[in-house]
Design a protein. Sequence first.
Length: 331
Amino acid sequence: MSCHSKQHAITLDDIQSAAQRIADHVARTPAIASEVISRRLGCQVAFKAENLQHVGAFKARGAVNAVMSLSDEDAHRGVVTHSSGNHAAALSRAAKLRGIPAFVVMPENSSPIKIAAVRSYGVQPVFSGPSTQQREQAADELQRQSGATLIHPFETPAVMAGQGTVALELLQQLHQLDAVLVPVGGGGLLAGILVAIKSLRPEIEVYAVEPELADDTARSLSAGSPQPPTRYDTVADGLRTGVGDHTFPIIRDLIDDLFLVSEDSILSAMRGIAEDAHLVAEPSGAVAYAGLVENAERFAGRCVAVVVSGGNLNFGDCSLGGQRRVTPKTS
């Protein structure tokens, strides 16, 4: 599978530049091997723990890269975005690092913990309806009022390049690597990882994992063009958005396969990561592991990296969307 970089929004050079630009402002997250899980699934499993990243998610990477890439003139007017939470917090943090204003639109059904994270950086979010169209309209209005630069959660190339630095670290951390499983919502993380890995180590397979209740990327690949979401109620709130116009061509050209997972599988994966790998994953962050558990036979005897994209779990909401209580075992 060749990397048609000229047709794509980002290149390996963009990702390598991003790695240098963000190095002082993001955490180099560990790739944590799990003997227990590896033995159970019959493959060597390592978790790329982006739940331990600043703001609790990989989004810190793309936001810092985008904000630090701005000219002084553009930066002075601030940045604007729309996001269900992790990108909102990441952009608020990146703006604070550079000392510029941030304007953030969040859907009204955003997780309370993610709203609180945005406010902790001194940003008061503007709330909108949950659909992509409603979010974008509210962000457009804020941009018109403020003159700020739009930093899209996954379509801005500098954001995509920043997310791709996850893969550069993985390749340095794991000397043996046969496959990587990545959650997909808008596709910024997946696109960045695809460009990095298929440019440097094309023999490594990259798999997308998506909730059955947010299957727009799977439908987009079947249709050959980006398809809108049909519902917004998966427990994996970070993946409720549609795949992007910039991210989709990269995914279409470079992906090895895509797995769909059920809500029960996602909740079970969250619990499994907590109990067996001792990592806190929010539902979106557990989706890739759910894909591995359901398709373990595909990876028998191989070395697999699973991206835990975020760990912003609201423990006050133990019902997690009313699906099932996730409670710790008592000793």
